[in-house]
Write a protein that binds this ligand. Structure first.
Ligand code: NAP
Length: 325
């Protein structure tokens, strides 16, 4: 496979999943799979730490007091530490000026102990997230969102890939493998699935998820369609898909009439309902019976995004020290 930020993956034969909707679907458990990523990163981090004489470092910058952002940042710190990375933490007040935030980013750009920089988005107004993501040194971009790295994705060249789509690809590998996750599974046990001959539909075309998602699917040789708010007859477009990714932000938009029997359905959406519960863009109860594999929300793609951030930081460290295969 071309670079996807993950160690030791081999390309599997074309998948034969997406077959039988009469069997119960494979539930793609993101929490367990994220532990598999963590185990793999931890083992590799231990080896490269010994070689280089220091551990990979992740710097996390949080501005303001957004409760969801605070929770995400805490889980990223925890995951990184569990994998043997060193973490750096900067929590700035919502009143932070452009100059102050720029100085913090520059400090981490110049810090030789830092291999990954995560700027937690969204930033409080009037700070513009995109402007500050551009200030991160591309080779230290942990989220894979720097325009330089997005360009390298289009070129199929090595670079950090956006974390959420990268996590979705690993879930797809699990969906299309015969692997049952256990306490000893690592990513080396999970071949990178080939999508040659398969149709993938991505609902959503954001810079953060939809567009990079489509290009990662294309790298695996899927025939990719992007659908969005101006797509006529969305259910019919989606019914063409062997692999359907929903990254929309509309609760339970995708019902079973969007889904070809036996399709793999990957739900990126995280939506808060009026009763406070979370749900995805897919109506899970309705769609699961017709799918061959499906991600739950919560507990699906979300935990994988965190895991991929840590994996990206390790890969940045390896590239810096010439340790990539
Ligand atoms: P976004 O920037 O708002 O993009 C949403 C996309 O969905 C747009 O391309 C939009 O089309 C399209 N869309 C909106 N309504 C539609 C409809 N009725 N039919 C078809 N397409 C429609 O959102 P995002 O940042 O990509 O995030 C999408 C979802 O993923 C959100 O629920 C977000 O919370 C979640 N998310 C989850 C993770 C995770 O770790 N699991 C990470 C990031 C995001 P147009 O371009 O035509 O407007």
């Amino acid at each position: 496979m071309s670079y996807a930020g993950l160690p030791s993956a081999k390309l599997s034969p074309e998948f034969s999943a997406g077959g039988c909707a009469s069997h119960p679907p494979k539930i793609l458990d993101g929490k367990t799979l994220s532990r598999t990523v963590g185990r793999t990163v931890a083992a590799e981090a231990a080896v490269v730490t010994k070689k280089v004489g220091r551990a990979p470092g992740l710097a996390v910058i949080l501005v303001g007091e957004n409760p969801a952002s605070k929770t995400y940042v805490a889980s990223k710190h925890r995951f990184a530490k569990e994998c043997g990375l060193v973490t750096f933490d900067t929590h700035l007040p919502a009143s932070t000026t452009k100059e102050e935030l720029a100085a913090v980013i520059q400090g981490y750009n110049n810090n030789d102990l830092v291999d990954g920089i995560l700027l937690q988005l969204p930033l409080p107004a009037p700070l513009d997230g995109a402007e500050f993501v551009r200030m991160i040194a591309p080779e230290k971009d942990a989220d894979g969102l720097h325009p330089m790295n997005q360009g390298l994705l289009l070129q199929g060249a090595p670079a950090p890939r956006p974390c959420t789509p990268l996590g979705v690809m690993t879930m797809l590998d699990l969906a299309m493998s015969n692997v049952t996750l256990s306490d000893t599974t690592t990513l080396a046990d999970l071949p990178a699935a080939s999508l040659a001959g398969k149709k993938a539909v991505v609902i959503g075309r954001s810079q953060l998820v939809g567009k990079p998602m489509g290009f990662l699917l294309l790298e695996r040789n899927a025939t990719v369609t992007f659908a969005h708010s101006k797509t006529p007859d969305l259910p019919a477009v989606c019914r063409e898909a062997d692999v359907l990714v929903a990254a929309v932000g509309v609760p339970r938009l995708v019902t079973k009439n969007f889904v070809k029997p036996g399709a793999i359905v990957l739900d990126v959406g995280i939506n808060r309902l009026p009763d406070g519960k979370l749900c995805g863009d897919v109506d899970y109860e309705d769609v699961a019976p017709v799918s061959s594999a499906i991600t739950p929300v919560p507990g699906g793609v979300g935990p994988m995004t965190v895991a991929m951030l840590i994996s990206n930081t390790l890969q940045n460290f390896k590239r810096k020290h010439g340790l990539t295969a």
